[in-house]
Design a protein around this ligand. Structure first.
Ligand SMILES: Cc1cc2nc3c(=O)[nH]c(=O)nc-3n(C[C@H](O)[C@H](O)[C@H](O)COP(=O)(O)O)c2cc1C
Length: 194
């Protein structure tokens, strides 16, 4: 079982986070969830569900979900002494990209990301914005040079997606592959392609 921190920020694409967490829990992994204030508002808007409703669903399916408040710098994930396997910020706003790139640790999300960097642990960002400015690109390059994995949710059209669901599963499969977690959405070119 892996211990994964999942942070949801205020970029569009809450459904990606929701499906990603559901999949991690269904595969038996432990999730430490933290949501920014705007992340919560965008979730409510895009999914038409409150965070309480969303979290209740996770809790009904798994005992391995732990929810932390983004203002709680006393939470275990704020410290490097609390061992985790990886942190995934999904979706990741450009605001959070900027703060993580600059080392600003003024919230639990940015502090936990800073811990991943200082402890040389896996940090994966799923940034969502279009078009990207030079500031966005510079911040992402800076993070990439520090070993952070930058995985924008870009559809792979060669997989011939038929539905939005296919596109979401494709993105989730790639993130899980990157975490070396076996999953039902993984596709290997030449093996699982038609
Ligand atoms: C409906 C909605 C959609 C948004 N989509 C994006 C987005 O795709 N990418 C982005 O960088 N910011 C987006 N924003 C702006 C961020 O929410 C805003 O910059 C916020 O301050 C980010 O804070 P956070 O990273 O702490 O959540 C969106 C805001 C709203 C209200």
């Amino acid at each position: 079982m892996k211990k994964i921190i999942v942070a949801i920020t205020g970029a569009s694409g809450s459904i990606l986070a929701h499906r990603f967490i559901e999949t991690l829990l269904s595969l038996g992994h432990e999730v430490h969830l933290v949501v920014s204030q705007t992340g919560e508002a965008v979730c409510a808007y895009e999914l038409e569900l409150s965070m309480n409703q969303i979290v209740s669903g996770y809790q009904a399916s798994s005992g391995h979900i732990f929810v932390h408040n983004n203002t709680d710098l006393f939470a275990p994930i704020s410290s490097g002494s609390f061992k985790t396997d990886a942190m995934v910020i999904i979706p990741c706003s450009m605001g959070t990209v900027s703060k993580v790139a600059q080392g600003g640790s003024d919230s639990l999300i940015t502090r936990a990301a800073d811990v991943m960097l200082k402890e040389n642990r896996r940090l994966i960002l799923i940034p969502r914005e279009s078009p990207l400015s030079s500031i966005h690109l510079r911040n992402m390059l800076r993070l990439s040079n520090m070993g952070v994995t930058i995985m924008p949710p870009m559809p792979s059209f060669y997989n011939k997606p038929k539905t939005l669901e296919d596109t979401i599963n494709d993105s989730i499969g790639r993130i899980l592959d990157s975490l070396e977690i076996e999953n039902p959405y993984s596709k290997v070119w030449g093996v699982t392609h038609a």
